[in-house]
Every structure is written in structure tokens, then in C-alpha cells.
Design a protein around this ligand. Structure first.
Ligand code: GLN
Length: 476
């Protein structure tokens, strides 16, 4: 089924061929029918219908916002006032958000309709959505395969037609990797482009809200609404937010694109992804783009740098879940120390516990300099090297993932194997730059292959525009 873009839907809403209520009911029917995919943890059906009635009225009165009737799902790491927030973890059982995340608030202000809270890997830690305290999310194309993670529910919800757009989070690839596994477009903007206020922290210097959709245009529009300065988050850039949704249609020059030899030579890259990658390079060259191979000497340090720093930050961020103030509290406690220990060992899943321990280790007094300080220095070198590349090139083209969607359970026994699924996605997070994954073909089994484009800080417009060009030329 060809999914309609929001502008097509909006036109139908304006012309009275469709109502928001009908739209919501259609999505709710799909959610119901595809319940076994485990994409949603909560569905706000009645509320969404009530809001749809209001928005329909606003459309009639010509007072509707920019996103009137856009049906959005949000990852269970984003606060939505008076609704549960759990990060797919047992440790936040019973927790209710007391305020809206800035991104959520901005969607609501423009009359988007939030349909539910989406399953994910616990606190965003994982690459397959198997680390949810609830259930793994299944890929709608092949139910024996993973959705990708950690925003797996957000990806499958769009893939299966349960909503039009999802807000996910991307700390090391969690929007782009599931987008690639599900055949969607997934954008991780520049680190400081969107406020993190109301996003439950995993690794604060990497965490980024990202957008998943079928169409680049929809991502552009949502980004334009949610990006920009916010007095609740001092790390957000004050840089003006361009009108992405109109600028993507303006004329573009012939961009210069680089790709890394190390990526093509990587042993872990699935053969079919490699050939789609090289075919894309050829196609771009024949369309008169300059596409050149370059070396990235720090390549082998990117993934370790990410995992050292992300676990260090996670161990610190997750110390707030102690059973004292909110969320789960173990019933088996004798004193304060056992309350902490039991609550945390019963409340957190295995992978989260592993990362807290790894992070605590790299931050411990005797190893701090060897790991944490070193990794910070390497991070700076990686960012500097990337910045140098962008002085000469508009984009870096890369595979999004080493393989297409793998089988459920395939990488569960070895955590390092799972970490390797992030080989290509973490680079943009380590550097803090924007990146987008777009569907570029299929492997022999018909599973989608995603390629990603990376650009310099705040070049989202260029990224979206070029992605659209590539997608528009794709045979339908
Ligand atoms: N898979 C990576 C990790 O587990 C990235 C997760 C994310 O982006 N939230 O850390």
C-alpha cells in the first residue's frame, strides 16, 4: 500500500473528503488488527477521537494548526502530561508524566493528534527492541525478525500504518537503524536542534529526538515545528529554524559526496548492502554528482568511544531510579541499602544492568583516565576529522546498518554482537551531526536496505532535500 503523505491527507481534510475522526478510527483499526506486533504500550483511542472531533471543527473554522490531523505516536521515553512514561522498564511502573516534553507540546500546539505510547528497548538501550520489559516488537514485513531498536515500536507503527509519523530518540542510531529495518525514512538532527526537555535521559551528550515517517516531506514539516530554542533546555541552539517544508522544494546544486573506504571494506557488511551501496554511488556519479572515496583513520575507534561514553553517562543518569521517590519499589526490602539494591536489580533488565556496571567501571577512580578521559579525547578527534571532511564535501554516504533485519534471538546471547549492529550509526552521534536513513532497496529476501547521509551541523535542510531527490528518482 502506498502511504499518503501528510499534505495529501491535509488536502482531503480541507476538502471535506475525510475527517480526522475517520482517520483516527482507521489507524485504531490497524493497531487492533496488528496488536501482536507489540508496537504500542498504550493506545489513547478515546482521547484521540475526542481530539479529532475538536480538530475537525477547527479545520471547518479555518483555525487549524500546521499539523491538524497528523496522527503521531511517541516513543515511551517522551513525557506526555498525565500519561504513563516507563522507558519500557519495570522500574518506572506506575509513573505518570507531570508535564509535556517540549517536542510533544509543540506537536499538540499545531493540532497533531497523539495516538499512543510506543514500545522500545529499555531506556533506549538496544538495537533490536528485544530489551523491552514488555515484549519484543516484531517487524511487520516478517514477524520472525526484529524491528530494530531502540525505537522499534515507533518504526513498526509507521511501517504497519498505525500512525503517520513517530517521534523516536536517537542516541546511537535508534531512529535510523529501525527506519532502515522497516523501510522508512528516519532523521536524527544535529545534537542541539531539538529540545531534550521531557526526554528521559540515557546518555545526555548523545540523546536526540528523531523523526520516523514514510515521506521526507512529513519529516521536514514535523522538524520545523519541534526544533528550536527552548528556555527549558540550555543546550538547545538558538539558531533560527528554517522552513524545511518549503525549502526542500528549492533548487539544489550538484552536491559533493564522500564515502569511507573502510565502510566498503568492512567484513561485517552484508553482501547485498554492499552492492546497493556501490550501485548508489555509481548512479550518483552518472547523475553528475562528485562522489569520492576517502579514508577515515579513526574508524575503528568510533564504536568503542560511543560505548564507553554512553555507558558512563547512562550509569550516572540512571542513578535517579532508586525506589525512593517514584516508580517501582521492591517489596522485599529490610533497610535502605537493600531497598536500593533490590529495587534496582528487580526493576532494571539485564542489558541496562550491564551498562550501569560498565559505565560505573569506566568512571571509577582507577580507570577514569584510561577509559572515560581517553574516550572524550578521541570523541573530539573524531568530530574534528568529520568537520574537516565537511569543509570539502556536502555529505558522507554510508550504509545505515551492516545487515538487514535479523532474526529474533539471533544476537541475544552475545552483547558485543548486538553492539556491532550500531557500527555505522553511532558516528553521527559521536560527532553530534545530523544524519538521515533512507530506504534504498531490498536484499534477496525482500528485506529493506537503508543508506544514510551525514552532513555538517545544522545542515538538515540539505539532508532532507537531497534525500528527497534520491527517493523521487527511485523506481516505484
Ligand atoms: N543501539 C545503541 C545502544 O544501544 C543506540 C541506542 C539509541 O540510539 N538509543 O546504545
Amino acid at each position: 500500500m502506498q502511504h499518503r503523505s501528510y499534505s495529501q491527507i491535509r488536502k482531503q481534510l480541507e476538502e471535506g473528503q475525510l475527517t480526522c475522526v475517520e482517520l483516527i478510527k482507521n489507524h485504531l483499526a490497524v493497531i487492533d488488527q496488528k496488536n501482536s506486533l507489540n508496537a504500542f504500550l498504550s493506545v489513547y483511542g478515546n482521547e484521540a477521537i475526542a481530539r479529532a472531533i475538536e480538530v475537525d471543527q477547527k479545520i471547518k473554522n479555518h483555525t487549524a494548526g500546521k499539523l491538524a490531523g497528523l496522527v503521531v505516536g511517541i516513543k515511551d521515553l517522551l513525557c506526555y502530561k498525565d500519561h504513563p512514561l516507563q522507558g519500557s522498564s519495570k522500574i518506572l511502573s506506575g509513573f505518570i508524566s507531570q508535564f509535556n516534553a517540549t517536542a510533544v507540546q509543540r506537536l499538540l500546539d499545531e493540532d497533531a493528534i497523539i495516538i499512543g505510547r510506543q514500545n522500545c528497548d529499555e531506556f533506549g538501550m538496544g538495537s533490536s527492541n528485544e530489551n523491552s520489559a514488555f515484549a519484543p516488537v516484531l517487524n511487520d514485513l516478517d514477524n520472525s525478525r526484529v524491528s530494530g531498536g531502540s525505537s522499534g515500536g515507533s518504526a513498526v507503527a509507521v511501517q504497519a500504518g498505525m500512525c503517520q509519523v513517530s517521534l523516536g530518540t536517537d542516541t546511537g542510531g535508534s531512529v535510523r537503524q529501525p527506519a532502515a529495518f522497516c523501510g522508512l525514512v528516519g532523521l536524527k538532527p544535529t545534537y542541539s536542534r531539538i529540545s531534550r526537555y521531557g526526554l528521559a535521559a540515557y546518555a545526555s551528550s548523545f540523546d536526540c529526538i528523531g523523526i520516523l515517517a514514510n515521506h521526507v516531506e512529513d519529516i521536514a514539516l514535523v522538524l520545523e515545528v519541534i526544533a528550536g530554542a527552548d528556555e527549558m533546555d540550555s543546550t538547545v541552539s538558538r539558531k533560527e529554524v528554517p522552513s524545511y517544508s518549503t525549502e526542500i522544494y528549492t533548487h539544489q546544486k550538484k552536491f559533493k559526496i564522500a564515502y569511507f573506504r573502510e565502510n566498503i571494506e568492512s567484513d561485517s557488511l552484508q553482501e547485498e548492502i554492499k552492492s546497493i551501496f556501490t550501485d548508489t554511488i555509481q548512479k550518483l556519479k552518472s547523475d553528475q554528482y562528485v562522489v569520492e572515496p576517502i579514508n577515515f583513520p579513526l574508524n575503528e575507534y568510533v564504536l568503542p568511544t560511543y560505548y564507553i561514553l554512553a555507558t558512563a553517562e547512562a550509569s550516572s543518569n540512571l542513578s535517579r531510579y532508586d525506589g525512593v521517590r517514584f516508580g517501582y519499589r521492591s517489596p522485599h526490602t529490610k533497610d535502605l541499602s537493600s531497598l536500593y539494591k533490590k529495587t534496582r536489580s528487580e526493576g532494571f533488565g539485564k542489558e541496562v544492568q550491564r551498562r550501569i556496571m560498565l559505565g560505573t567501571f569506566v568512571l571509577s577512580a582507577s580507570y577514569y583516565d584510561a577509559y572515560y578521559t581517553k574516550a572524550q579525547k578521541v570523541r573530539r578527534l573524531i568530530r574534528d576529522q568529520m568537520k574537516k571532511i565537511f569543509a570539502h564535501y556536502d555529505f558522507i554516504l554510508m550504509p545505515t546498518t551492516p545487515t538487514t533485519a535479523f532474526k529474533i534471538g539471533e544476537h541475544s546471547s552475545d552483547p558485543v554482537e548486538m553492539y556491532l549492529a550500531d557500527l555505522f550509526s553511532v558516528q553521527a552521534n559521536v560527532a553530534g551531526i545530523p544524519a538521515i536513513s533512507i530506504p534504498c532497496g531490498e536484499d534477496k529476501q525482500g528485506l529493506p536496505v537503508g543508506l544514510q547521509l551525514l552532513a555538517d551541523d545544522f545542515e538538515e535542510c540539505k539532508l532532507l532535500k537531497f534525500s528527497k531527490t534520491i527517493l523521487d528518482q527511485r523506481p516505484h
